[in-house]
Design a protein around this ligand. Structure first.
Ligand code: SF4
Length: 346
């Protein structure tokens, strides 16, 4: 196997062949066709297009069996208790063993691997036994909501084999059931402000319901020991008429794995809230960063402020409405300056 190793960076994508037609990593079906685009791939030692066996393929190209393990024997090594599939690809095993070794030494690891290798399940299987033993929470930072769902899907399979809890943590704007936020909140900060106001004024039934003992008991019973994705949180919230965001916050201290966006770890303000809700210190977390090459641009976003023309116009209208002449003049001059700047760029 053509493995390149540089410090803690493990390059595994060199091991793969890519489809000459679609360029995706090549998994071949029983008829020697690329599973992604369906084009015929002649194999050197192919037994012909009608051959339904994949025995002639190199190990790296074999698809893993879809079956799920039903039980684990006493001789099973720790990570195998968290790997739910019947078979493991050689690259997945390499990743798991590399991570386990590094974590025992307390060091960091960077994994570079192509799409389709099965990184998510490999990472979870490697890290979960160590996290549980050391009573740490895994925070799995994802760039997209789809990747968060992938984490909860894999956790649900692991749960069939071994007890594990977790959730996909999304913001108020995505989880809120209140019609005002659903209709008017323009961003996360705005949703947070409106929510604070509604809670303070007692105008959100989904929040006030949580103070009712029977509702709270029902919530606790339903979410106990569960793996929950955002859609399930919303469904539970709708059924019980309680706030899905607050349910997710209440579930945090018991979660083994929290799949969330980069902001929850790399934005110092939001991280403080997360740690508070987890009832943990930063040193109690094991952080996995998916697609970590996006971190520099995320850091730039977190450190940047922006002010839209739309916000300035709204503020001007408010200032006029409340007869704040000085503020109005300042905002108008700010708007003119910005518009002139923009025009001078073209
Ligand atoms: S408490 Fe929940 S449902 Fe109510 S406004 Fe806030 S986020 Fe929305």
């Amino acid at each position: 196997m053509n493995k390149s190793n540089s410090g803690n960076v493990v390059k595994v994508d060199n091991n793969y062949t890519f489809c000459p037609n679609c360029g995706k990593i090549l998994f071949i079906d029983g008829k020697s066709r690329c599973k992604k685009c369906g084009s015929y791939i002649p194999m050197n030692d192919s037994k012909g297009e009608g051959d339904s066996s994949s025995d002639h393929l190199p190990n790296e190209l074999k698809e893993i069996k879809i079956g799920i393990k039903k039980d684990i024997s006493s001789a099973t090594v720790e990570w195998e208790k968290y790997f739910p599939y019947l078979e493991i690809r050689p690259l997945q095993k390499q990743i798991i063993e590399k991570i386990s070794g590094n974590m025992v030494q307390g060091s960091q690891i960077i994994i570079q691997a192509a799409n389709g290798v099965g990184k998510t399940i490999s990472l979870l299987a490697a890290v979960l036994p160590i996290a549980k033993e050391r009573k740490k929470t895994i925070v799995y930072c994802c760039r997209t909501h789809q990747q968060m769902s992938r984490v909860t899907e894999e956790l649900k399979l692991i749960k069939q084999l071994n007890q594990v809890t977790g959730l996909a943590l999304r913001g108020r704007r995505e989880l809120c059931l209140h019609h005002i936020i659903k209709k008017f909140a323009v961003d996360a900060a705005n949703a947070s402000d409106i929510c604070r106001y509604l809670k303070k004024e007692g105008k959100c039934k989904y929040f006030t319901n949580l103070a009712k003992k029977p509702k709270l008991e029902s919530v606790n019973k339903i979410v106990q020991n569960k793996v929950l994705d955002s859609q399930e949180l919303i469904e539970i919230g709708k059924n019980l008429e309680v706030c899905p965001f607050e349910i997710s916050v209440k579930s945090l201290p018991k979660a083994n794995v929290v799949a969330t966006s980069y902001q929850y770890v790399f934005n110092p303000f939001i991280r403080k809230i997360l740690l508070n809700n987890l009832e943990k210190e930063l040193s109690d977390l094991i952080v996995i960063v998916d697609e970590a090459h996006n971190l520099p641009s995320t850091a730039v976003d977190i450190s940047s402020s922006s002010l839209s023309n739309y916000s300035i116009d709204n503020a001007s209208s408010e200032a006029m409405k409340h007869r704040e002449g000085e503020v109005y003049d300042f905002l108008e001059s700010l708007s003119d300056t910005l518009m002139n700047e923009i025009k001078s760029m073209y």
